[in-house]
Design a protein around this ligand. Structure first.
Ligand SMILES: [Zn+2]
Length: 407
């Protein structure tokens, strides 16, 4: 059997996988080479710890620590190994590596769980390939059917089942994703903080209270392609202008209301330097504290875009691609995790980022999240960071949490 690797060693082993030499960021797209390598790595480190590895045809994996005679619904912890395009090292892998290290800590303490403890890796959490965040956990929690999932296509037109086959998985027509319901007593996801709340509170770790509602919307602006030289300015129907003003309006709306609105992806046709475009498709990511706030923010942006389209002689159609409602994590569980520590209670803070934990929580599984301090708050970027000392505090915090929950 392989020797058990420390947190630091596991972290060093993962560092080069999917890393761009140019930007220093990570490209760990679901079912592509780097992510497939990470899943194989996870399988190996689980087996080296004597964990029972269970995986499904979607690429979800769990390693169970199930001492003899211990059965029934388990305590699940873990995160994801995929990244956004040019993302950071910590978003996802920190939760997976910390979970493995926390089990090592518990074994060193001589702790024997009274129920199974599982370390999970959920597939396609970021939605960076198939456009739908938390794909793996949605299927595992029964929040989405395989019939619907198998129709998903990536930007190159590759259907999800074909991508699975290409990465060595064997999807069938049957719904073979795990069904976690009834098998998991509670779920705890450790994650790098994607903000600076813990910096302001001078705390290395915190516990999540809620996730803001979040939606992704496609805006299709249609105009008329024409020559950039011969077409007089007043004769144009330029969808780029409608889009540009919409992006500014979205920013202003969200800023004034203390909300979030971002156009981070644009597709232009014909995309030529010397042509007035015929079409601009842009994707809005919007987040607010309440479901009602999100609906009115998006409606206000759409209204301004439509008014501008009238002036530009262009047209707009908007499609909501995914909308996730507010998630309030189990308050009793958060309180139980956060209370009575040496040095005082851990802070309980909200987050504006979506997570697999939100999907499991919405499916009725009592769920909590632990955050590890991020000095700059930057995430989804090569600059994402957490100090090693804080990561190790996170491992200890997760071990303490699992001891409370699985004892
Ligand atoms: Zn994440």
């Amino acid at each position: 059997m392989e020797p058990i690797l420390s947190f630091e060693q596991m972290w060093r082993d993962l560092a080069p996988v999917g890393r761009s030499a140019e930007s220093g960021g990570y490209f760990r797209q679901p079912y592509a080479a780097a992510e497939t390598e990470l899943r194989a790595w996870f399988d190996e480190v689980c087996r080296s710890r004597g964990l029972e590895v269970e995986s499904d045809e979607l690429g979800n994996i769990v390693g169970w620590w199930r001492p003899e005679g211990v059965d029934g619904p388990g305590v699940l912890t873990g995160s994801h190994l995929d990244s956004v395009l040019d993302g950071g090292a910590y978003d996802g892998p920190l939760g997976v590596v910390s979970a493995l290290a926390a089990i090592d800590v518990l074994r060193e303490r001589g702790f024997v769980p009274a129920r199974p403890v599982g370390v999970s890796v959920f597939a396609e959490e970021e939605g960076s390939r198939f456009g739908l965040a938390c794909l793996g956990s949605r299927l595992a929690a029964g929040a989405m059917s395989w019939e619907k999932a198998r129709e998903l296509r990536d930007r190159d037109g590759v259907f999800l089942p074909d991508a699975l086959v290409a990465s060595g998985l064997e999807p069938t027509d049957a719904d073979k994703a795990w069904d976690l319901r009834g098998r998991v007593e509670c779920f705890v996801e450790l994650h790098v903080e994607q903000g600076r709340d813990l910096v302001d509170r001078a705390a290395a770790v915190g516990v999540a209270s809620e996730i803001w509602p979040h939606g992704r919307y496609r805006f299709d602006f249609t105009g008329e392609a024409n020559h950039a030289g011969t077409t007089r300015m007043e004769d144009r129907h330029d969808p780029m202008l409608t889009y540009a003003m919409t992006a500014l309006a979205a920013n202003k709306q969200a800023r004034l209301a203390g909300e979030r609105a971002t156009f981070g992806r644009v597709d232009v046709a014909p995309n030529g330097t010397n042509a007035v475009p015929s079409r601009v498709t842009a994707w809005l990511d919007a987040r607010c504290a309440t479901d009602g706030g999100l609906a009115s923010l998006v409606a206000a942006i759409e209204k301004q875009a439509t008014e501008r389209a009238d002036r530009d002689g262009t047209s707009l159609s908007m499609t909501a691609e995914s909308v996730s409602g507010a998630v309030a994590f189990d308050a009793g569980l958060a309180g139980r995790i956060a209370a009575d520590h040496e040095g005082g209670d851990w802070p309980i803070i909200p987050t504006m980022a979506g997570h697999d934990a939100g999907i499991l929580s919405a499916a009725g599984i009592p769920t909590a999240m632990l955050f590890v301090r991020n000095p700059t708050g930057v995430s989804h970027s090569p600059a994402e960071h957490a100090e090693m000392a804080d990561c190790l505090v996170g491992v200890g915090a997760l071990a303490d949490t699992l001891e409370r929950l699985a004892g």
